[in-house]
Design a protein around this ligand. Structure first.
Ligand code: C5P
Length: 219
């Protein structure tokens, strides 16, 4: 038996990668599987929360009792997330949002023109969903508790701590390398204003339950 520590709470989660179109048949994306975010959605639901999951393109089943909104690009994810954040108690940003998108998506498939020249892609920065949602919650002195994730290839502790402050969120969770994309387990570094501690390598659902308990402690 697990106590329903999030009963009556609304939890909003982003998960998976985003897909940024180059033309109608191509785009850039990343290796996020969405598994950690989906596991957190399941754990939050088990803890009694009303859960909305905004998912990028992933092939995962929706956890039982969770409301899912499918999106493709970072801008789609932002548009779906912002209204859902109104009235939410917790926002957990696990999505691996593309930092940049092609500046223009070609209306038609880009063809080889026989010149041997590859097309040049120009990029534009995507909106930062977590930073934007956290900032507007602060501006409304709302009680939205925001949690960020970090996947770093080096200096996880320092980079994750800096990210927590830069994004303006009370809790930042680092994926402890090596890259856990698609894996069934993970290890986490949990950072709040009191310091940090590690959750040792374990199945993602087990870590998700521990993280949900940790978040409940903060509410
Ligand atoms: O800056 P970086 O991408 O490393 O930050 C990671 C954290 O910020 C994750 O929680 C991710 O979901 C969130 N994020 C976001 N929107 C972006 C980029 C990152 O919500 N455009």
């Amino acid at each position: 038996f697990q106590p329903k520590r999030l009963a009556g709470k609304r939890v909003l989660i982003t998960a998976g990668p985003t897909f940024e179109a180059i033309d109608p048949v191509r785009g850039i994306t990343n290796l996020s599987s969405g598994k950690m975010g989906f596991a957190i959605a399941r754990a939050a639901r088990e803890a009694g929360a009303q859960v909305t999951l905004v998912a990028g393109p992933v092939s995962l089943a929706t956890p039982r009792g969770v409301t899912r909104i499918d999106v493709r690009s970072a801008r789609d994810m932002m548009a779906a997330t912002q209204p859902e954040a109104e009235g939410a108690d917790v926002f957990i940003a696990t999505a691996a949002v593309a930092d940049w998108r092609p500046a223009t998506a070609s209306e038609h498939k880009i063809k080889k023109d026989g010149s041997g020249q590859a097309p040049a892609l120009a990029f534009t920065e995507n909106p930062d969903i977590l930073a934007t949602v956290a900032q507007s919650a602060r501006a409304k002195s709302g009680a939205l508790f925001c949690v960020g994730f970090a996947a770093e290839s080096q200096d996880l502790a320092a980079n994750a701590q800096a990210k927590r402050l830069r994004k303006g969120v009370p809790l930042l969770v680092g994926n402890i390398g090596p890259a856990t994309f698609g894996a069934e387990d993970n290890a986490l570094l949990v950072i709040d204003d009191q310091g940090s501690f590690e959750m040792p390598r374990a199945p993602k659902l087990q870590l998700a339950r521990a993280l949900v308990a940790q978040i409940a402690n903060h509410l």
